[in-house]
Design a binder for this molecule. Structure first.
Ligand SMILES: *Cc1c(COP(=O)(O)O)cnc(C)c1O
Length: 394
């Protein structure tokens, strides 16, 4: 049991006894259906006809010239609901339906995962309740309205810091009490086994498509793949398919916030003082914590990267030196948002713009024929208020 769901020394199942039956049932269901013909066919159909997959791999004509190497974007921003999160939400919701659950619950911070979950629940005809901290509810009103319109109930969480961490605690409590009818739909490659493996599985479609597309266009694999890392699901989603191709550099980009030295960031790897091994929400991984082991409050301009723990598989890929991890600050991110918008006519999500910001730095080491694929995890429409404020638009 102790060794289940490990990525090297990371991951595992650190949950109270009362939650073990739920976690074990889910693991069985996932193993039973992940390669089941009927399940796969139904999910593939949804991904194609509802989400709009495969998403394009777009060559950046102008940005490539400017940065002096070949730049491609994997367009998860064009997936239904505007980000990669729908891939996982539909996969898990369908799995829950197959094992007879009628109710979906989820946590959400900025509301993006809540919206993806409410969307999947609406499409599959399931009841849906979303846990959200009251501070986040105030900050992300529009996403609360979206969830409500999609038929979900939003449960305000008033405990602790009243944000994502506390919402996860309440969702876990609900799951423990209602496991008979309810599936807890976790949003990233985090939490106890089987979640990190299951979410990676549902997101790995991103990398599978990318490989096929780049081979078709360029007839060779990319020099580097760059993705932003919150919990790490869009990054794992595109990395997995290339793990064995040692010539492809895999680069994850964390939120550098106001700078590592300020302590106001969400860079679990870059900050060697605050980012240490620990256990949070059922998994062992790198976590930002103070010297007493209390979870540290993170900061990022992008809500989706604003979490204190990183997915356990990333911790292992870093140990193995199979992936490298960098960071981009809020300021660099804002510059990247403007660059992509103005050079290519694509407004990226603030999360995804971290990957673009790092690519700008990376390009200085690249040759003209080198290929960089950026995972454009989402579109920036949701961030327009933040962007307008930062750029002092009137
Ligand atoms: C939620 C989100 C992320 C961060 O989540 P990961 O699990 O690290 O992928 C990144 N980009 C967008 C657009 C998001 O909505």
């Amino acid at each position: 049991m102790k060794d289940k769901g490990r990525f090297g020394r990371y991951g595992g199942i650190y949950v109270p006894e009362t939650l073990m039956p739920a976690v074990e049932e889910l693991e069985k269901a996932f193993n039973r259906y992940k390669n089941n013909k009927k399940f796969k066919k139904e999910l593939d159909h949804l991904l194609k006809e509802y989400v709009g997959r495969p998403t394009p791999l777009t060559f950046c004509t102008s940005l490539s010239k400017k940065l002096g190497c070949k730049i491609y974007l994997k367009r998860e921003d064009l997936a239904h609901t505007g980000a990669h999160k729908i891939n996982n939400a539909l996969g898990q919701a369908l799995l829950a339906k197959y094992i007879g659950k009628t109710r979906i619950i989820a946590e959400t911070g900025a509301g993006q995962h809540g919206v993806a979950t409410a969307t999947a629940a609406a499409k599959l005809g399931m009841e849906c309740e979303i846990y959200m901290g009251t501070i986040d509810i105030e900050r992300q009103k529009l996403n609360v309205f979206r969830m409500q319109l999609l038929g979900a109930k939003v449960n305000p969480v008033n405990t602790g810091g009243k944000t994502l961490k506390d919402a996860i605690n309440d969702a876990l409590r609900d799951w423990t009490a209602n496991v008979q009818t309810t599936h807890y739909l976790l949003g990233s490659v985090l939490g106890p086994h089987p979640y990190p493996e299951m979410v990676a599985h549902f997101q790995s479609i991103i990398g599978k498509e990318t490989r096929e597309q780049i081979l078709k266009i360029e007839n060779r694999l990319p020099t580097a793949i760059v993705a932003c890392v919150g919990g790490g699901s869009n990054a794992i989603g595109i990395f997995r398919e290339f793990l064995k191709d040692k010539e492809v550099n895999l680069i994850g980009v964390e939120a550098g916030g106001l700078g590592i030295k300020t302590g106001k960031h969400a860079a679990r790897f870059a900050d060697e003082k605050l980012g240490r091994l620990g256990i949070l929400h059922g998994t062992m991984t790198y976590i930002l914590q103070d010297k007493f082991g209390q979870i540290y409050n993170t900061h990022s301009i992008s809500a989706g990267l604003d979490y204190s723990a990183i997915g356990p598989e990333h911790s292992n890929l870093r140990d193995l030196k199979r992936a490298q991890y960098e960071f981009a600050t809020d300021k660099e991110t804002m510059e990247a948002v403007q660059l992509l918008s103005q050079e290519e006519g694509i407004i990226p999500a603030l999360e995804s713009a971290h990957a673009i910001a790092h690519t700008i730095k990376l390009s200085k080491k690249m040759k003209k024929e080198d290929i960089v694929v950026i995972n454009l995890s989402g579109r920036g429409d949701k961030d327009m208020t933040t962007i307008a404020k930062e750029l002092k638009f009137k």
